[in-house]
Design a protein around this ligand. Sequence first.
Ligand code: ATP
Ligand code: MG
Length: 424
Amino acid sequence: MSKTLQAIRGMRDILPNEMTTFHTVEAGIRELMHGYHYQEIRLPVLESTELFKRSVGEETDIVGKEMYSFLSRSDEPMTLRPEGTAGCMRAGIEHGLFYNQTQKFWYLGPMFRYERPQKGRYRQFQQWGVEAVGIEGHQIELEMILLGARLWQILGITDKIQLQVNSLGSPACRQHYRALLQKHFHQARDQLNEAELQRLARNPLRLLDSKNPALAELIASAPRLDMHMSNEAKAHFAALTQALTEMGISFVHNPHLVRGLDYYQHTVFEWVTEALGAQNAVAAGGRYDGLIEQLGGQPSSAVGFAMGVERVAALLKEDSIPKVMPDVAVFAVDNDIAVQVQAWTESLRDALGLSWSITMDHQGGSHKNQSKRADKLGARASLLIDKDAWEAKAAPIKTVDGWVSVPLGKVAEWLRLNLTQEKV
Ligand code: ATP
Ligand code: MG
């Protein structure tokens, strides 16, 4: 026998028994996005490598070491998208959607990052992303945070998720702060490993969220950005935190929250959980006003965030969502009436509509075996139609209340009347 093939490392199959959880999350997202009037946008998973270099930034972990990049057959450098903001902004600029107008977009789809796979960290994972373009001021940041808060509420996981916020200040504040940080960490250069030395040179802010315990003290004693921010940047952040307080949304100001992508400025935020071990980030985002111009568009304000669907699904799974059973299971007990029963089942589907989940069994076998399979399927009603029943134009129906025989022409009506308690 030849060797069986397996999925590529870090690429995860989402099996049918997990789908209910994913559907719950996705349905919550769609309901929420409708309710706040955000427009869905669907974007390619493949983009030019240049796009991510110019947006996410060459010195970031994502572009530096996590991208699936390759040359196309015509030697163009391309990349499986590691995140959605860059592509969304590229599309908006390309189609003139940001020209003198505001937009509120959302998307849901796979992202790809070459990371070390572990629980909650995959090489293909799904993100729900939200982007609002052309809106200044802290109110839109507040709206982004309210979207997250309301989704946790819809999904019943509010008490598992906490909000952290921070401000990176304006690009000018950040430039000034960068130099201060370099000076601070430089004096302890010998405590830094190779990667950290690189960060120190290229992206010193990232040292602040380092998990290396040897750096803990240095990080704690590092200068704080909020002490070196312009008054304008301070006021912007204060307005947001005050609004959060007024609306009763609890948050922690984490001065070390810097985010791994270069395009952020002013407000950044992250929703974190303690329920998923090391993978504690559920969703994250912030303001990225400079990005559209950087990609060749008109200067424009922009705010957004992205949520990891697998991580939220994992939070839900702990509450174990029950398996969805079919409403009705139809068995043609005798093989020679199988097609007739299948045709009749189509008329049953016509009569009830597709909100009724009706499964048809095609495996044949003895009445006893089919009856056993019916019990295993757990449909609310099982119809075991054998030749005698077919000739008598009646369907033997089994429910929790036992057996009943119903004329074929009246089955739809009977099911509607007798199984309606939970069915709309
Ligand atoms: P982390 O700190 O876990 O690496 P990140 O800062 O790289 O996260 P973002 O780029 O902000 O993550 O992406 C937003 C969200 O996408 C994260 O909060 C997380 O829920 C999810 N996410 C990111 N990378 C992965 C991954 N490799 N597998 C599963 N989910 C992921
Ligand atoms: Mg990451």
